[in-house]
Design a protein around this ligand. Structure first.
Ligand code: NDP
Length: 341
């Protein structure tokens, strides 16, 4: 190698696996971190090119690439994650990949972190932030649609922001819902019921988390009770939607990030195409609500929707937190090693 430069960019890169991610960042801390992050995003504090998704030829598998820069907490990075829907049947996450964290000033790669763990945590934490801001304070009758990784994390996150009094899970495969219930044991404040269909899962619920990989709607607008808050997490491309257009039209609709919602939110696209709403149906980004720049819920009978597409700012904020925490812990244990190497 012929170079004037002495640095080996990968020499001190940290490898942070899923266990280390979870040790460093609890759900409760991640909720506060996402609260701060979404405020930064809505104050023009983030640069977030639209996510690129490419399909692996001849399969349903995709690769997603999400770069971004965040001002506070300061971070530069990119998430590269496979979206492999058949992985769970083989005991793997459907979202495997890495978050690469760079030093903002030099672009030296600082860390490679487990993207599956970060995605699971930050997505549910961001929904919790939205729920705290938009759901009625007495909301506690929770319906979860889906029983995969996001369903599991959303159950934990919702329990941290609202006093749950009833929990129902509906899933395409009932056995997977039963498996999730068994995994959760007695960790929730109330027993988990398994619903036979979506309509009975959401009947009377005031909090719904849609976390399925469905491409066509599973949740109909007519089934949603007045006053409900819905976190729409599953459909992440414009050709997929978990709820019908009239559900969108009936709601006060909030998003994580306007540019990606306008480009990639399938149920918004469908409702616009059906002539029920215009793009101005997006009331605000959740960060604008948190900052007090826009009203959230204005009446107890309103249906509010938080559309989560997921943004790199969330991954980078989590990665930076975990990296800094690890550095801090190492320095504490070894004061002679200030770089934590
Ligand atoms: P998993 O693979 O762990 O779980 C997928 C879930 O969706 C399972 O419950 C599965 O049911 C269900 N499902 C699959 N296909 C259908 C269908 N056609 N109709 C109804 N249910 C279906 O995935 P995750 O939990 O990690 O992710 C769930 C969804 O959330 C995905 O669409 C994913 O892309 C999206 N996501 C969004 C993020 C965001 O930031 N907004 C971040 C991460 C994920 P079964 O048990 O029967 O297979």
């Amino acid at each position: 190698v012929i170079s004037n430069h002495s640095d080996n960019a990968l020499g001190s890169i940290a490898l942070i696996d899923a266990d280390a991610v979870h040790r460093a960042l609890s759900m409760a801390d991640c909720i506060e971190l996402m609260d701060q992050t979404m405020r930064t995003v809505s104050q023009d504090g983030a640069t977030l090119p639209l996510r690129t998704v490419m399909t692996i030829p001849g399969t349903q598998n995709r690769l997603g690439i999400m770069p971004g820069h965040l001002a506070e907490p300061a971070g530069l990075g990119v998430k590269i994650v496979g979206l492999y829907p058949k992985n769970p049947a083989q005991g793997r996450s459907s979202h495997l990949g890495v978050v690469i964290l760079f030093d903002v000033d030099t672009s030296v790669p600082l860390a490679l972190l487990d993207a599956g763990a970060i995605t699971a945590l930050r997505t549910a934490a961001a929904s919790a932030v939205a729920t705290r801001a938009l759901a009625r304070t007495d909301a506690g009758d929770l319906a979860i649609l889906g029983a995969g990784e996001q369903a599991a994390y959303h159950l934990r996150a919702m329990a941290l922001v609202r006093p749950l009094r009833r929990v129902r899970i509906w899933n395409r495969s009932r056995t997977h819902a039963e498996r999730l219930r068994a995994q959760l044991g007695n960790s929730l404040p109330c027993p988990i019921e398994i619903a036979d269909d979506v309509e009975s899962a959401v009947a009377g619920a005031d909090l719904i988390c849609a976390t399925t990989a469905a491409t066509s709607p599973v949740l109909k607008g007519d089934w949603i009770a007045p006053g409900t808050h819905i976190n729409l997490v599953g459909a992440s491309v414009q050709t997929a939607a978990e709820i019908t257009p009239n559900a969108v039209a009936r709601s006060r609709y909030f998003v994580d990030y306007r540019p990606s919602a306008l480009a990639q939110a399938g149920e918004l696209h469908n409702a616009i195409q059906a002539g029920l709403i215009g793009p101005d149906h997006i009331r605000a980004e959740i960060g604008e609500v948190l900052l007090g720049l826009s009203a959230g819920r204005t009446a107890s009978e309103e249906i509010t929707i938080y559309k989560s597409l997921g943004i790199a700012a969330q991954d980078i904020a989590a990665a930076k937190w975990i990296y800094d925490r690890r550095l801090h812990d190492r320095q504490r244990h070894d004061p002679d090693n200030p770089k934590g190497e």
